[in-house]
Design a protein around this ligand. Structure first.
Ligand code: GLU
Length: 376
């Protein structure tokens, strides 16, 4: 059984066919029951984010364009109309439970380009700290084929990775992953748990999808790869009944993909291994000690810098002897750093005219080198 209550940060992806009736109206009673489940999870202390499809499906019905394949411009136009209704529906059902819905429309660059990624991440985490529920969709109105996620399964997985979620739930029109596509194989059985996404698991996916939604099982497995590598468990479950999350928590059929790591170590591995350092910060002995004790790096503990790094770049952290003690993502550009190093964090606003963060490198954004054997 998938006990959703044990997760601290949950992304729930909702497919178009669940949200929008064939006639083109929002399935209000169902959405209301999902909002009730989300409110329960939030009341139990979890941060909840929603990735909601349905903009194009809603808009096309309102425009009388149902029943045929849309041209790109038509899909973009339909999304512009449908997104308003979609957001309103979410705002109303959440507001009924005293939760603010926050509309966030992303394009591919928001998860792929570093600066935009950091901005989107900062906004989402701020919303979560304010106890709002981000309701996210792709910005279909401006996204063209070359620059789109295309399906919300993968968008949801990217969002889960971006916010360090420990669980991603994909609600769709299937119970989970079957050993073979159920429409083709009568004896297909539901796989309850996937410890690892192997070639055999991928082969089970087939390529099914309904008329209203894009993502078939294949894109769900692709989403799963992104999620589990980022430290999030992924659950595929049917949204065909009321209170779909409560049902999953109570043991309704579903497939659970086990995470391969934790969100925190996935982030640290990413910082340590995947990013080319763009510069260095020189630390005084006090700062080296503070970092060792799990603190963030404040400007006061830095004596100098090198390199033309920008906010969001990785920098090397060097001890007074010039040895690398770790790496981290820096919160200020090199020009800004030059002005604030050696100074107190409370002086930053007066020096720069603004503050980004009190720390030059936040402790969640750094990974320290393990001391070699024999080193203190
Ligand atoms: N972003 C699309 C919409 O809101 C849905 C994409 C998908 O179904 O995966 O209509």
């Amino acid at each position: 059984m998938t006990k959703l209550a044990r997760y601290r940060r949950i992304v729930v992806k909702v497919g178009s066919s669940l949200l929008v009736e064939r006639g083109g109206d929002v399935r209000r009673e169902w959405l209301d029951s999902l909002a009730a489940d989300i409110a329960d999870l939030a009341a139990a202390g979890a941060d909840c984010l929603v990735v909601s499809s349905g903009a194009i499906a809603l808009g096309r019905a309102r425009l009388g364009l149902a029943g045929r394949k849309l041209k790109l411009e038509e899909a973009q136009a339909a999304a512009a109309i449908g997104q308003i209704g979609l957001s309103r529906a979410w705002a109303e059902v959440l507001q009924a439970r005293s939760i603010h819905a926050a509309q966030v429309l992303l394009t591919l660059g928001d998860t792929e380009e570093r600066r935009r990624y950091l901005n989107a991440r900062a906004t989402l985490t701020t919303l979560l700290s304010l106890k709002a529920v981000p309701v996210i969709n792709e910005n279909d109105t401006v996204a063209t084929n070359e620059i789109r996620y295309g399906d919300n399964d993968r968008l949801a997985a990217r969002v889960a990775a971006m916010v360090g979620a420990d669980c991603l739930v994909l609600l769709s029109d299937v119970d989970g992953l079957y050993s073979a596509p159920p429409a083709q194989a009568k004896d297909a059985r539901l796989i309850r748990e996937v410890p690892q996404i192997t070639a055999e698991i991928e082969a089970m996916a087939g390529d099914a999808g309904s008329e209203l939604s894009r993502g078939g099982m294949r894109t769900k497995i692709e989403a799963g790869k992104i999620a589990v590598a980022a430290g999030a468990a992924m659950v595929i479950a049917s949204g065909h009944h009321l209170n779909p999350l409560k049902r999953v928590a109570e043991g309704a059929p579903s497939t659970l993909f086990r995470p391969q790591t934790t969100p925190a170590s996935a982030r640290k591995a990413w910082i340590a291994g995947h990013l080319e350092p763009k510069g260095s910060l020189f630390l005084d002995a006090g700062a080296v000690k503070a970092l060792g004790a799990g603190r963030s790096l404040l400007p006061a503990g830095v004596t100098g810098h090198s390199g033309r790094f920008q906010r969001g770049d990785t920098v090397m952290l060097l001890d007074p002897a010039g040895g690398e003690i770790g790496r981290g993502i820096v919160a200020y550009d090199a020009e800004e750093a030059a002005q604030i190093i050696g100074r107190q964090s409370k002086e930053i606003a007066a020096i720069l005219g603004y503050t980004r963060r009190p720390a030059l490198v936040h402790r969640d954004d750094m990974v320290l080198r393990e001391p070699a054997k024999g080193e203190a």
